[in-house]
Write a protein that binds this ligand. Structure first.
Ligand SMILES: C[S@@+](CC[C@H](N)C(=O)[O-])C[C@H]1O[C@@H](n2cnc3c(N)ncnc32)[C@H](O)[C@@H]1O
Length: 218
């Protein structure tokens, strides 16, 4: 057998190997400058979220769900001023995805737009000023990740409207759900836990009130 001894071939081979090994890590890491911008925005604004925004623990959980499952087509119901949207969109910046987020209150919607811009995430977010009761029905989907955080007594309706547009392996995360006795969300919890195609878990992290429903593959 002939052995290739040319050092040029050898270094080219090493460079190609390094490139392919580094590729997945690079894709996962996303843009380091954007990371710094988002982190500094979140640090600067910690303790200043007064519009029913998620606590940091749930923001981080949303980010992790998106990144770990490589979700790309996300929907948020209830933007408020954008704290949860920032965590979701930050995750999507690493997966090549995009978020549609819906808010009915004009001044919260405006503030969310300003926050998305300041965090450097506007290009990953399509923020709609609309009534989610009708818009959720109208959006064609598909979605692989949904975060529901608007009017609690409508959660079951949102879920019913979204379920046919949720991909297998996709997740519907709902905030302020603490089981059957959850304020306004008990009916939603009863319903999702009655479906054999859905696997639902309640977060046990301190300070968290996240309920995550996975649409199982058929
Ligand atoms: C709990 S806050 C959302 C907090 C946000 N997810 C965050 O963590 O930053 C709920 C928001 O849902 C909005 N909302 C309530 N009913 C709505 C509806 N029918 N359509 C759209 N938004 C609605 C409220 O105006 C409010 O800003």
């Amino acid at each position: 057998m002939k052995t290739i001894r040319n050092p040029r071939f050898f270094s080219l081979g090493i460079a190609a190997l390094a490139f392919f090994l580094a590729l997945p890590a690079g894709l996962y890491a996303g843009d380091a400058a954007l990371d710094e911008k988002v982190k500094s925005f979140l640090a600067r604004t910690a303790g200043t979220w007064y519009d029913m925004n998620v606590p940091e623990v749930d923001g981080r959980a949303l980010y992790d769900l998106v990144v770990q499952n490589r979700y790309q087509k996300a929907l948020e119901i209830g933007t408020s001023t954008g704290r949860s949207g920032i965590y979701i969109a930050w995750g999507l910046s690493k997966t090549g995805g995009r978020l549609i987020t819906i808010e009915i209150d004009p001044s919260r919607h405006r503030q969310a737009l300003a926050n998305f811009k300041e965090a450097g995430l506007s290009e990953f977010i399509d923020a709609r000023l609309a009534d989610a009761h009708s818009l959720v029905k109208e959006l064609p989907g598909p979605f692989d990740f949904v975060f529901c955080d608007a009017d609690k007594d409508w959660y079951k309706n949102y879920f019913v409207d979204v379920l046919p547009k949720l991909t297998a392996g996709g997740r519907f995360a709902a905030h302020n759900v603490s089981g059957r006795r959850g304020w306004g969300t008990g009916e939603f919890y009863e319903y999702v836990t009655s479906l054999s195609s859905i696997e639902t878990t309640l977060s046990r992290a301190p300070g968290s009130s996240l309920c995550v429903s996975l649409k199982k593959a058929k």
